[in-house]
Design a protein around this ligand. Structure first.
Ligand code: AMP
Length: 368
């Protein structure tokens, strides 16, 4: 088999784990990333330059294909690559998924339900906006928000005006507050030839706006996975996906799924696929992007993930106790600790669900 190369825009932990998944497939990763301490530098060729650096981009253009690990890649970078090397997902899809209002409009156009929302572009959009979404909502910046950043809960017109000021009067979306029963997510991959494959349906919990745990299998009513796959296929086909994307859903009490967000890449909720015995989401993205043959990817055993996030008081997980818990595996990102920063995750695999949940409760006690 001819060794091949994969260019990655961004060098964070997702790039690190993509690069690690690529190696056994005979694929070397090259990352373009301005941060000298980027996690992926340890296992990939690191082009230490701005995302728009012409030489850096020319280096990526020499790879067999280019993918990304975050959606806020500058448009100029994509423009320099497109036409020279396959960029998957491509610029049109990225332009949608990096902008909350455009993303929601494109989801609705594909026949996929979302929370009620009103785009807030200017002060004139503020009056009446809260009523239109049901009286209580979340104001989110349309661009550059992640892990609960760039968001504010609002319960009155006064709070909405204040929140918009605080967020810098930038374009936002006001979303109605969804009284969901649970949050789940699912990955979908599509090759340039139009082959579609799916990841597992995973159940997620959040803490302070940041993902805390993911669990497979998700505890959901019958039919939920088919519904999620149907919605994911619709988005993948309507948006002309080449590569992998992840949908985050809210499940309503009646069972209906609304899409909260789409990430044009592997996702934190899919990390448990690294240790469930099947193909990981990282391998699936590498395969989809390079056209290496694709099947559904899902764990063969019940498994879970707990994120390790920097704490305000600097307290750390009890690593010795974590290592002593059967079925755990550490995945650390080699990042300097900071409160609220994702530093790693611990995966847990167990022979059956009851054991998984008992050990997950124990694992959660060991990770502050
Ligand atoms: P996001 O950054 O949009 O993924 O939001 C982070 C988390 O905030 C979500 O996973 C939910 O737990 C919560 N959240 C976001 N939007 C809403 C909403 N419209 N209604 C209720 N909860 C929400």
């Amino acid at each position: 088999m001819t060794p091949s190369s994969l260019g990655i825009l961004g060098g964070g932990q997702l790039a690190q784990m993509l690069a690690l998944a690529a190696l056994p497939l005979g694929v070397r990763a090259v990352v373009l990333e301005p941060d000298p301490q980027a996690p992926a530098r340890l296992c990939a060729e690191h082009i230490h330059a701005a995302y728009t650096d012409p030489n850096g981009l020319d280096h990526l253009a020499a790879c067999d294909a280019v993918t990304l690990e975050f959606e806020n890649v500058p448009v100029e970078a994509l423009a320099r690559l497109e036409g020279r090397v396959p960029v998957r997902p491509g610029g049109t899809l990225l332009a949608r998924s990096r902008h909350r209002a455009r993303e929601k409009e494109a989801l609705r156009a594909a026949g996929v339900g979302t929370a009620p929302f009103v785009p807030i572009e200017a002060e004139a959009d503020l009056p009446d906006a809260l009523e239109q979404v049901g009286g209580r909502g979340l104001l989110k910046t349309s661009e550059l928000g992640y892990d609960g950043k760039g968001q504010a809960r609002v319960n009155s017109a006064v709070e909405l005006n204040a929140a918009w000021e605080r967020l810098g009067r930038v374009p936002c979306v006001l979303e109605g507050l969804v009284a969901f029963e649970r949050e789940v997510s699912l990955g979908v991959a599509r090759t340039a030839a139009g082959e579609v494959a799916f990841g597992p349906l995973v159940e997620n919990t959040h803490r302070d706006g940041i993902l805390r745990t993911s669990v497979f299998p998700a505890r959901v009513p019958g039919g939920t996975e088919d519904q999620a796959r149907d919605l994911a296929r619709r988005v993948a086909e309507a948006w002309g996906l080449a590569g992998l994307l992840t949908l985050e859903f809210f499940q309503l009490p009646g069972g209906e799924l609304l899409v909260n967000e789409v990430a044009p890449r592997v996702h934190n909720s899919g990390h448990l696929t690294q240790d469930g015995g099947g193909i990981s989401q990282f391998e699936a993205q590498v395969r989809a992007v390079l056209g290496l043959g694709l099947t559904d990817w899902f764990p063969l055993h019940p498994c879970a993930m707990v994120n390790v996030v920097g704490t305000a008081d600097g307290s750390e997980p009890d690593w010795a106790a974590i290592d002593a818990l059967p079925g755990t595996r550490r995945h650390l990102y080699h990042k300097a600790p900071r409160p609220g920063r994702k530093l790693g995750h611990v995966n847990l695999v167990a022979p059956e669900r009851e054991t998984l949940h008992a050990r997950l409760a124990e694992l959660e006690r060991l990770i502050p």
